[in-house]
Ligand binder design. Structure first.
Ligand SMILES: Nc1ncnc2c1ncn2[C@@H]1O[C@H](COP(=O)(O)OP(=O)(O)OP(=O)(O)O)[C@@H](O)[C@H]1O
Length: 288
Protein backbone atom coordinates (compact mmCIF):
# COMPACT_ATOMS: atom_id res chain seq x y z
CA UNK A 1 0.00 0.00 0.00
CA UNK A 2 1.39 3.40 -0.88
CA UNK A 3 1.82 6.10 1.76
CA UNK A 4 -0.21 9.25 1.42
CA UNK A 5 1.82 12.00 -0.21
CA UNK A 6 -0.12 14.60 1.74
CA UNK A 7 -1.97 13.99 5.00
CA UNK A 8 -3.36 16.93 6.93
CA UNK A 9 -5.43 16.75 10.07
CA UNK A 10 -7.37 19.78 11.31
CA UNK A 11 -4.69 21.95 9.74
CA UNK A 12 -5.30 25.65 10.24
CA UNK A 13 -3.57 28.96 9.92
CA UNK A 14 -4.76 32.25 11.28
CA UNK A 15 -3.53 35.73 10.53
CA UNK A 16 -4.41 37.74 13.62
CA UNK A 17 -8.19 37.34 13.93
CA UNK A 18 -8.67 36.01 10.39
CA UNK A 19 -8.49 32.32 9.60
CA UNK A 20 -6.74 31.84 6.26
CA UNK A 21 -7.32 28.08 6.48
CA UNK A 22 -9.37 26.19 9.01
CA UNK A 23 -9.91 22.57 10.01
CA UNK A 24 -8.39 21.21 6.81
CA UNK A 25 -8.26 17.40 6.78
CA UNK A 26 -7.07 15.78 3.56
CA UNK A 27 -5.41 12.57 2.44
CA UNK A 28 -3.93 12.50 -1.03
CA UNK A 29 -2.08 9.56 -2.55
CA UNK A 30 1.40 9.61 -4.08
CA UNK A 31 1.69 10.56 -7.72
CA UNK A 32 -1.61 12.45 -7.84
CA UNK A 33 -2.04 15.76 -9.65
CA UNK A 34 -4.21 17.83 -7.34
CA UNK A 35 -6.18 20.83 -8.56
CA UNK A 36 -6.87 23.38 -5.83
CA UNK A 37 -9.67 25.80 -6.61
CA UNK A 38 -11.73 28.41 -4.82
CA UNK A 39 -12.62 32.07 -5.04
CA UNK A 40 -10.31 34.92 -3.99
CA UNK A 41 -9.39 34.66 -0.34
CA UNK A 42 -10.51 31.00 -0.11
CA UNK A 43 -7.20 29.91 1.45
CA UNK A 44 -5.44 28.34 -1.53
CA UNK A 45 -2.13 30.19 -1.11
CA UNK A 46 -2.26 29.60 2.63
CA UNK A 47 -2.59 25.84 2.13
CA UNK A 48 0.12 25.78 -0.55
CA UNK A 49 2.49 27.78 1.65
CA UNK A 50 1.86 25.38 4.54
CA UNK A 51 2.61 22.41 2.26
CA UNK A 52 5.81 24.09 1.08
CA UNK A 53 6.88 24.69 4.69
CA UNK A 54 6.87 28.45 4.14
CA UNK A 55 4.23 29.10 6.80
CA UNK A 56 3.76 27.72 10.29
CA UNK A 57 0.38 26.12 11.02
CA UNK A 58 -1.63 27.63 13.88
CA UNK A 59 -3.43 24.32 14.48
CA UNK A 60 -3.33 20.70 13.37
CA UNK A 61 -0.80 18.40 11.74
CA UNK A 62 0.77 17.97 8.35
CA UNK A 63 2.61 14.92 7.05
CA UNK A 64 4.29 14.62 3.66
CA UNK A 65 5.15 11.09 2.49
CA UNK A 66 4.63 9.79 6.00
CA UNK A 67 6.99 12.31 7.61
CA UNK A 68 5.73 14.99 9.97
CA UNK A 69 6.59 18.42 8.60
CA UNK A 70 8.44 20.62 11.05
CA UNK A 71 6.53 23.89 11.35
CA UNK A 72 7.99 26.55 9.11
CA UNK A 73 10.80 24.31 7.81
CA UNK A 74 10.88 23.92 4.01
CA UNK A 75 11.71 20.35 3.01
CA UNK A 76 14.31 19.43 0.39
CA UNK A 77 11.75 17.24 -1.34
CA UNK A 78 9.26 20.05 -1.96
CA UNK A 79 9.59 22.58 -4.78
CA UNK A 80 7.37 25.64 -4.73
CA UNK A 81 6.56 27.91 -7.64
CA UNK A 82 4.36 30.97 -7.33
CA UNK A 83 2.74 33.15 -9.96
CA UNK A 84 5.46 35.79 -9.71
CA UNK A 85 8.01 33.13 -10.71
CA UNK A 86 10.41 34.73 -8.27
CA UNK A 87 13.63 35.21 -10.23
CA UNK A 88 16.37 37.85 -10.13
CA UNK A 89 15.74 40.30 -13.00
CA UNK A 90 19.36 41.34 -13.44
CA UNK A 91 20.75 37.78 -13.57
CA UNK A 92 21.38 36.05 -16.86
CA UNK A 93 19.51 32.73 -17.15
CA UNK A 94 22.79 30.82 -16.77
CA UNK A 95 23.61 32.78 -13.58
CA UNK A 96 20.12 32.17 -12.24
CA UNK A 97 20.52 28.41 -12.67
CA UNK A 98 23.99 28.55 -11.14
CA UNK A 99 22.67 30.47 -8.11
CA UNK A 100 19.94 27.88 -7.66
CA UNK A 101 22.52 25.10 -7.93
CA UNK A 102 24.47 26.63 -5.03
CA UNK A 103 21.38 27.16 -2.93
CA UNK A 104 19.91 23.67 -3.29
CA UNK A 105 21.34 20.47 -1.88
CA UNK A 106 19.23 18.43 -4.30
CA UNK A 107 19.84 19.85 -7.76
CA UNK A 108 20.20 18.33 -11.24
CA UNK A 109 22.14 21.03 -13.08
CA UNK A 110 22.36 19.09 -16.34
CA UNK A 111 18.57 18.60 -16.42
CA UNK A 112 17.97 22.33 -15.79
CA UNK A 113 20.37 23.40 -18.57
CA UNK A 114 18.99 20.83 -21.02
CA UNK A 115 15.39 21.81 -20.39
CA UNK A 116 16.07 25.54 -20.85
CA UNK A 117 18.03 24.84 -24.06
CA UNK A 118 15.29 22.58 -25.43
CA UNK A 119 12.85 25.46 -24.98
CA UNK A 120 15.20 27.76 -26.97
CA UNK A 121 15.59 30.12 -24.05
CA UNK A 122 18.97 31.88 -24.41
CA UNK A 123 21.13 31.10 -21.38
CA UNK A 124 22.97 34.42 -21.81
CA UNK A 125 19.83 36.59 -21.73
CA UNK A 126 18.95 38.57 -18.61
CA UNK A 127 15.86 37.31 -16.78
CA UNK A 128 14.31 40.81 -16.98
CA UNK A 129 14.46 40.58 -20.79
CA UNK A 130 12.56 37.28 -21.02
CA UNK A 131 8.88 37.04 -21.96
CA UNK A 132 6.42 36.07 -19.22
CA UNK A 133 6.13 32.57 -20.70
CA UNK A 134 9.92 32.14 -20.82
CA UNK A 135 10.27 33.29 -17.21
CA UNK A 136 7.62 30.79 -16.16
CA UNK A 137 9.47 28.05 -18.02
CA UNK A 138 12.80 28.96 -16.39
CA UNK A 139 11.11 28.91 -12.99
CA UNK A 140 9.51 25.52 -13.76
CA UNK A 141 12.89 24.16 -14.95
CA UNK A 142 14.40 25.27 -11.64
CA UNK A 143 11.61 23.66 -9.65
CA UNK A 144 12.01 20.38 -11.58
CA UNK A 145 15.81 20.42 -11.23
CA UNK A 146 15.30 20.02 -7.51
CA UNK A 147 13.87 16.55 -8.27
CA UNK A 148 10.92 17.21 -5.96
CA UNK A 149 8.74 14.52 -4.46
CA UNK A 150 6.09 17.22 -4.20
CA UNK A 151 5.74 20.08 -6.67
CA UNK A 152 3.59 22.93 -5.37
CA UNK A 153 2.42 25.56 -7.87
CA UNK A 154 0.43 28.63 -6.86
CA UNK A 155 -1.46 29.87 -9.93
CA UNK A 156 1.53 29.21 -12.18
CA UNK A 157 -0.17 30.48 -15.34
CA UNK A 158 -2.10 33.43 -13.89
CA UNK A 159 0.06 36.12 -15.52
CA UNK A 160 0.43 34.39 -18.90
CA UNK A 161 -1.38 34.82 -22.23
CA UNK A 162 -3.50 31.88 -23.50
CA UNK A 163 -0.73 30.43 -25.67
CA UNK A 164 1.89 30.60 -22.92
CA UNK A 165 -0.67 29.14 -20.48
CA UNK A 166 -1.23 26.19 -22.78
CA UNK A 167 2.53 25.71 -23.27
CA UNK A 168 3.26 25.79 -19.54
CA UNK A 169 0.42 23.39 -18.73
CA UNK A 170 1.72 21.09 -21.50
CA UNK A 171 5.23 21.29 -20.03
CA UNK A 172 3.85 20.48 -16.64
CA UNK A 173 2.07 17.39 -17.97
CA UNK A 174 5.24 16.23 -19.74
CA UNK A 175 7.31 16.87 -16.62
CA UNK A 176 4.84 14.91 -14.52
CA UNK A 177 5.17 11.98 -16.93
CA UNK A 178 9.00 12.12 -16.72
CA UNK A 179 9.38 12.70 -12.97
CA UNK A 180 7.28 10.57 -10.74
CA UNK A 181 6.23 13.34 -8.38
CA UNK A 182 3.02 14.49 -6.72
CA UNK A 183 1.76 17.86 -7.94
CA UNK A 184 -0.56 20.36 -6.27
CA UNK A 185 -1.54 23.39 -8.30
CA UNK A 186 -4.05 26.16 -7.79
CA UNK A 187 -5.94 27.97 -10.49
CA UNK A 188 -9.01 30.09 -11.00
CA UNK A 189 -9.59 28.48 -14.39
CA UNK A 190 -11.23 25.16 -13.63
CA UNK A 191 -11.40 24.09 -17.29
CA UNK A 192 -7.59 24.24 -17.41
CA UNK A 193 -7.34 21.82 -14.51
CA UNK A 194 -9.81 19.36 -16.01
CA UNK A 195 -7.27 17.89 -18.44
CA UNK A 196 -4.45 17.78 -15.93
CA UNK A 197 -5.75 16.87 -12.49
CA UNK A 198 -6.88 13.56 -11.09
CA UNK A 199 -7.80 14.91 -7.65
CA UNK A 200 -9.79 18.03 -6.85
CA UNK A 201 -9.87 20.12 -3.68
CA UNK A 202 -12.32 23.03 -3.47
CA UNK A 203 -11.82 25.63 -0.75
CA UNK A 204 -14.13 28.44 0.31
CA UNK A 205 -13.76 30.81 3.25
CA UNK A 206 -10.77 28.82 4.45
CA UNK A 207 -12.65 25.51 4.56
CA UNK A 208 -12.54 22.42 2.36
CA UNK A 209 -15.96 22.19 0.70
CA UNK A 210 -15.14 19.29 -1.64
CA UNK A 211 -12.24 16.87 -2.03
CA UNK A 212 -11.96 13.70 -4.05
CA UNK A 213 -10.64 11.87 -7.07
CA UNK A 214 -11.92 13.58 -10.19
CA UNK A 215 -13.21 10.33 -11.73
CA UNK A 216 -15.10 9.44 -8.54
CA UNK A 217 -16.57 12.93 -8.24
CA UNK A 218 -17.68 12.90 -11.87
CA UNK A 219 -19.26 9.44 -11.44
CA UNK A 220 -21.04 10.43 -8.21
CA UNK A 221 -22.67 13.55 -9.65
CA UNK A 222 -25.27 13.86 -12.35
CA UNK A 223 -27.16 16.69 -14.00
CA UNK A 224 -30.87 16.10 -14.58
CA UNK A 225 -32.95 18.19 -16.95
CA UNK A 226 -36.66 17.99 -17.60
CA UNK A 227 -40.06 19.67 -17.28
CA UNK A 228 -40.39 21.94 -14.23
CA UNK A 229 -43.93 20.63 -13.68
CA UNK A 230 -42.63 17.19 -12.57
CA UNK A 231 -39.64 18.29 -10.43
CA UNK A 232 -41.37 17.10 -7.25
CA UNK A 233 -41.62 13.54 -8.61
CA UNK A 234 -37.84 13.14 -8.32
CA UNK A 235 -37.26 11.48 -4.97
CA UNK A 236 -33.78 12.85 -4.18
CA UNK A 237 -32.51 15.98 -2.51
CA UNK A 238 -30.56 17.93 -5.14
CA UNK A 239 -27.45 19.99 -4.50
CA UNK A 240 -29.11 22.63 -6.60
CA UNK A 241 -32.27 23.07 -8.66
CA UNK A 242 -32.84 25.84 -11.20
CA UNK A 243 -36.12 26.52 -12.97
CA UNK A 244 -36.24 28.50 -16.19
CA UNK A 245 -39.70 28.82 -17.67
CA UNK A 246 -41.02 25.30 -18.22
CA UNK A 247 -37.62 23.61 -17.82
CA UNK A 248 -35.71 22.61 -14.69
CA UNK A 249 -32.09 21.55 -14.12
CA UNK A 250 -30.85 19.71 -11.03
CA UNK A 251 -27.44 18.67 -9.82
CA UNK A 252 -27.47 15.51 -7.71
CA UNK A 253 -24.86 13.58 -5.76
CA UNK A 254 -25.39 9.92 -5.02
CA UNK A 255 -27.48 7.14 -6.58
CA UNK A 256 -29.46 8.12 -9.66
CA UNK A 257 -33.21 8.23 -8.95
CA UNK A 258 -35.93 6.91 -11.26
CA UNK A 259 -36.77 9.67 -13.74
CA UNK A 260 -40.28 10.79 -14.67
CA UNK A 261 -41.10 10.98 -18.40
CA UNK A 262 -39.32 13.81 -20.23
CA UNK A 263 -36.31 13.87 -17.87
CA UNK A 264 -32.77 12.96 -18.87
CA UNK A 265 -29.48 12.48 -17.01
CA UNK A 266 -26.20 14.00 -18.28
CA UNK A 267 -22.63 13.96 -16.98
CA UNK A 268 -21.43 17.10 -15.20
CA UNK A 269 -18.36 19.14 -16.05
CA UNK A 270 -15.73 19.86 -13.42
CA UNK A 271 -16.66 23.53 -13.63
CA UNK A 272 -20.34 22.74 -12.85
CA UNK A 273 -19.25 20.70 -9.86
CA UNK A 274 -17.08 23.44 -8.45
CA UNK A 275 -19.66 26.18 -8.98
CA UNK A 276 -22.50 24.17 -7.49
CA UNK A 277 -20.54 23.14 -4.40
CA UNK A 278 -19.37 26.70 -3.85
CA UNK A 279 -22.93 27.96 -4.19
CA UNK A 280 -24.26 25.19 -1.90
CA UNK A 281 -21.75 26.14 0.81
CA UNK A 282 -22.43 29.88 0.65
CA UNK A 283 -25.15 30.23 3.31
CA UNK A 284 -22.87 28.66 5.93
CA UNK A 285 -20.66 31.69 6.54
CA UNK A 286 -17.57 31.14 8.69
CA UNK A 287 -17.10 33.40 11.64
CA UNK A 288 -13.61 34.79 12.23
N1 LIG B 1 -0.29 37.81 5.43
C1 LIG B 1 -1.60 37.88 5.68
N2 LIG B 1 -2.06 38.68 6.65
C2 LIG B 1 -3.38 38.76 6.94
N3 LIG B 1 -4.33 38.05 6.29
C3 LIG B 1 -3.93 37.24 5.31
C4 LIG B 1 -2.55 37.11 4.95
N4 LIG B 1 -2.46 36.21 3.94
C5 LIG B 1 -3.72 35.80 3.67
N5 LIG B 1 -4.60 36.42 4.49
C6 LIG B 1 -6.05 36.21 4.53
O1 LIG B 1 -6.31 34.81 4.58
C7 LIG B 1 -7.39 34.48 3.72
C8 LIG B 1 -6.93 33.45 2.70
O2 LIG B 1 -5.98 34.06 1.85
P1 LIG B 1 -5.22 33.27 0.71
O3 LIG B 1 -4.23 34.21 0.12
O4 LIG B 1 -4.72 31.99 1.25
O5 LIG B 1 -6.41 33.00 -0.33
P2 LIG B 1 -6.35 32.56 -1.86
O6 LIG B 1 -7.41 31.53 -2.04
O7 LIG B 1 -4.97 32.18 -2.24
O8 LIG B 1 -6.78 33.90 -2.59
P3 LIG B 1 -6.45 34.42 -4.09
O9 LIG B 1 -7.17 33.54 -5.04
O10 LIG B 1 -7.02 35.81 -4.07
O11 LIG B 1 -4.96 34.41 -4.26
C9 LIG B 1 -7.89 35.79 3.12
O12 LIG B 1 -8.95 36.25 3.93
C10 LIG B 1 -6.70 36.71 3.24
O13 LIG B 1 -7.10 38.05 3.35
Amino acid sequence: MSTAAIATHALGRRYGRTWGLRDCTLEIGEGRVVGLVGPNGAGKSTLLNLLAGLLRPSTGDLELFGRAVKPGAPSDGVAYLDQRHSLYESFRVREMLEAARRLNRRWDHRAALDRVRELDIPLGRRVGELSGGQRAQVALSMALARRPELLVLDEPVASLDPLARRDLMGSLMAAKADHDCTVVLSSHVVSELERLCDHLVVLDHGRVVLSGDVDDLMAEHVRLTGPASTVDEIRSVPLSCERRGDAATMLLRGPRPALPPGWRAEPVSLEDLVLHHLAAGRPKEVAA
